[in-house]
Write a protein that binds this ligand. Structure first.
Ligand code: ZN
Ligand code: FE
Length: 259
């Protein structure tokens, strides 16, 4: 049984720590800062065996060098299609990696858009997707393109509905606020907002989330829903054809008017 523990970092990042019972090896995902990782691994008596990097942004990679100093043999996996100097093994779509000594493997997905070479890692029904899909929202477009991000989100949306989405930021409440701009009357979004507010009031993470819930509440995965398309068209002031155009309008709407 894979255990996945969130380490909060900076204001709103999560660094994920993967362990299994009765082994002291662990894998971390997107260590933007070494401090919380060093502290947690020390306290738990864990040894780092590998680092998964989804993309090159500093809030996902800033701790890698220091962690390598402490655990020089830890492998650093990351994207082949964007330059990330700390990465040792460069991966792309369809690659399969072993997380040994943990008894798990991961399949690599290319999910460009937020950045040009962004990766997601899928192990069974667990998805580490960095800044591509967020709970209730999605990443901004930096070095990738809107069309890429739209296509990447559609590929994630096509995974099994029970998939658990481990994204890299706690942006959920703000994202659901925007989701309600798009679909003010969607009862699933209203119910989710209340449930996530209760978690945050208790200091609990809202991540991971089930893909099934994202499909019901995340506007960026709902670009074929008539209500979502109508709202995006009203904002854009023109007809929108297809997922990509609806996606682009939603992303621009949120970037320009919401935050
Ligand atoms: Zn990023
Ligand atoms: Fe980030």
């Amino acid at each position: 049984m894979l255990r996945i523990h969130p380490l909060p970092a900076f204001d709103d990042n999560y660094i994920w720590v993967l362990t299994v019972p009765e082994q002291n090896a662990c894998i971390v995902v997107d260590p933007g800062d070494e401090e919380p990782v060093l502290e947690y691994l020390e306290k738990q008596g864990l040894e780092l065996s590998g680092i998964l990097v989804t993309h090159g942004h500093g809030d996902h990679t800033g701790g890698v060098r220091e962690l390598k100093k402490r655990w020089p043999r830890a492998m650093v996996w990351g994207p082949a299609r964007e330059p990330v100097p700390v990465v040792e093994e460069h991966l792309g779509e369809g690659d399969e990696i072993s997380l040994a000594p943990l008894p798990f493997s991961c399949r690599v997905m290319d999910v460009p858009g937020h950045t040009s070479g962004h990766l997601a890692y899928l192990s069974g029904d667990i998805l580490f997707c960095g800044d591509t899909l967020f709970a209730g929202g999605c990443g901004r477009v930096f070095s990738g393109t809107h069309d890429q991000l739209s296509d990447s989100l559609r590929r994630i949306a096509a995974l099994p509905a029970q998939t658990l989405v481990y994204c890299a930021h706690e942006y959920t409440l703000a994202n659901l606020g925007f989701a309600l701009w798009v679909e003010p009357d969607n009862p699933a979004i209203l119910a989710r907002k209340e449930a996530e507010e209760r978690k945050r009031a208790l200091g609990l993470p809202t991540v991971p989330s089930r893909l099934a819930l994202e499909l019901e509440t995340n506007p960026f995965l709902r670009t074929a829903e008539p209500a979502v398309v109508a709202a995006a068209e009203a904002w854009a002031g023109r007809a929108l054809n297809g997922h990509r155009e609806a996606f682009r309008a939603l992303r621009d709407w949120k970037d320009q008017d919401y935050d």
